[in-house]
Ligand binder design. Structure first.
Ligand SMILES: NC(=O)c1ccc[n+]([C@@H]2O[C@H](COP(=O)([O-])OP(=O)(O)OC[C@H]3O[C@@H](n4cnc5c(N)ncnc54)[C@H](O)[C@@H]3O)[C@@H](O)[C@H]2O)c1
Length: 386
């Protein structure tokens, strides 16, 4: 069966995420492969419309990638029935206003995280989107990292027995921008512009933890700004008002304790930029973006603490590498395919605006915990419990 191409408004296509991950690695990659494969084996092709504020930039991108449509007029794009999906990759601050317009226009919506700057706004978006009867989705790209897919298979196979704890290290050194240019946009370090590592990363930790280990029931976090001044894209010094590191403990439904460090002020001494160790009664695993290694309980060494003897045992050598079971595919592309199937043939898609709101809530409660030096409980948030 032949399908009409599905039109996708790509707002913020010139940005870092919008261009590289959503346009090039997802929508153009889908276009190049002939479309998204549906359950009956047929393909639905994608047709992007680039939206942004600077016409010349859009024209340049369109020409470079053979894209027919671009505009600086979001309202006109939303009013045009050719475009069924609205994709939002704007800076966080600009998101709610744009998504509200897309809801009013009746578009299906797929967005970057965080879905809003406050939980109240994020929940309101979910409710408004439901009331308008539109389909809505939010990124959950980390779940498709090859390392996390391996972890999911280990969990599903029962490898861990009862999972006790998760400890995760995410981060790398982001240059201050003075003698070496920063490798992230400067708004990331300004609270007033929607920046901060808690707002950025807890939105990811929320869906990663709830989909792999259990709902987050409470959070204790300490968020800090280690580097108080940075230099922006124009070479001007600015005060860094947002947190650049967060040290947090999450208690999950079922009793798993997850302890995750998120930092833009850490030098990498691990194999990958993110690494999680999961310990269970029957085995443990260490997974990164790509790799995963395991140690079952019956191959666990018996360390004894002796400060008088130099260490001779190679603990790292005890672990077994988990082989790749599938060809890694870009996570952004996979989630776009999943959302397009949701729009076209109603395939399941649990990563909706409520999941987005839970991510925003986790960030908000993480910051509240840090400010109040208390552990903070999280309420249930979903379509059925507000
Ligand atoms: N999923 C992930 O792993 C991930 C990683 C990084 C960032 N993000 C999220 O992606 C979003 C974009 O981040 P980025 O790093 O690509 O930022 P960026 O600054 O590179 O791009 C932002 C885009 O928004 C546009 N923009 C800026 N201000 C605007 C305004 N006032 N009105 C309309 N458009 C405006 C810019 O022109 C640009 O196209 C953020 O919400 C961020 O939290 C997600």
């Amino acid at each position: 069966m032949a399908h009409a191409p599905i039109g996708i408004i790509m707002n913020g296509a010139t940005g870092r995420m919008g261009y590289r991950q959503h346009l090039v690695r997802s929508i153009l990659a889908i276009r190049d492969q002939g479309g998204v494969r549906l359950s009956d084996g047929s393909l639905v092709q994608v047709e992007p419309l680039l939206v942004g504020r600077t016409e010349s930039k859009l024209a340049e991108l369109a020409a470079k990638h053979g894209i027919e449509h671009y505009t600086t007029d979001l309202d006109a794009a939303l009013a045009d029935p050719r475009w069924q999906i609205y994709g939002d990759f704007l800076v966080t601050k600009a998101r709610v206003a744009a998504i509200e317009k897309a809801i009013a226009a009746g578009k299906a919506i797929y967005t970057e995280k965080p879905t809003a700057e406050t939980f109240e706004d994020a929940l309101e978006l979910a409710r408004k989107a439901d009331a308008a009867g539109i389909k809505h989705g939010v990124v959950h790209d980390k779940l498709y990292l090859p390392g996390l897919l391996k972890l999911k298979r280990l969990i599903d196979s029962g490898f861990f027995g009862r999972i006790l704890s998760v400890r995760g290290e995410f981060g790398y050194w982001v240059f201050e921008g003075d003698w070496a240019p920063a490798q992230r946009p400067s708004w990331n370090y300004r609270k007033e512009d929607g920046g901060g590592i808690v707002v950025d990363m807890f939105a990811h930790w929320s869906y990663v933890l709830e989909n792999l280990f259990g709902r987050v029931e409470s959070v204790y976090s300490r968020a800090v700004t280690h580097i108080p001044e940075r230099t922006d894209e124009a070479g001007a010094a600015y005060p860094a008002t947002a947190d650049d590191a967060a040290y947090a403990v999450f208690e999950l439904e079922g009793g798993v304790i997850a302890q995750l460090n998120s930092s833009w002020t850490v030098r990498v001494n691990r194999k990958e930029l993110v690494e999680f160790q999961v310990d269970g009664t029957h085995g443990s695993a260490v997974v990164g973006l790509f790799g995963a290694k395991i140690q079952p309980r019956n191959a666990t060494p018996r360390p004894t603490w002796n400060p008088d003897l130099p260490e001779t045992h190679d603990y790292a050598g005890d672990w077994l590498e988990v082989p790749d079971a599938e060809t890694p595919e870009n996570g952004f592309k996979r989630q776009w395919e999943q959302f397009i199937r949701h729009v076209v043939e109603d395939a399941p898609h649990p990563y909706d605006f409520y999941a987005g709101a839970r991510g925003v809530l986790l960030a908000e409660k993480g910051l509240e915990s840090s400010e109040s030096a208390r552990r903070v409980d999280l309420p249930l948030v979903g379509r059925d419990n507000g």
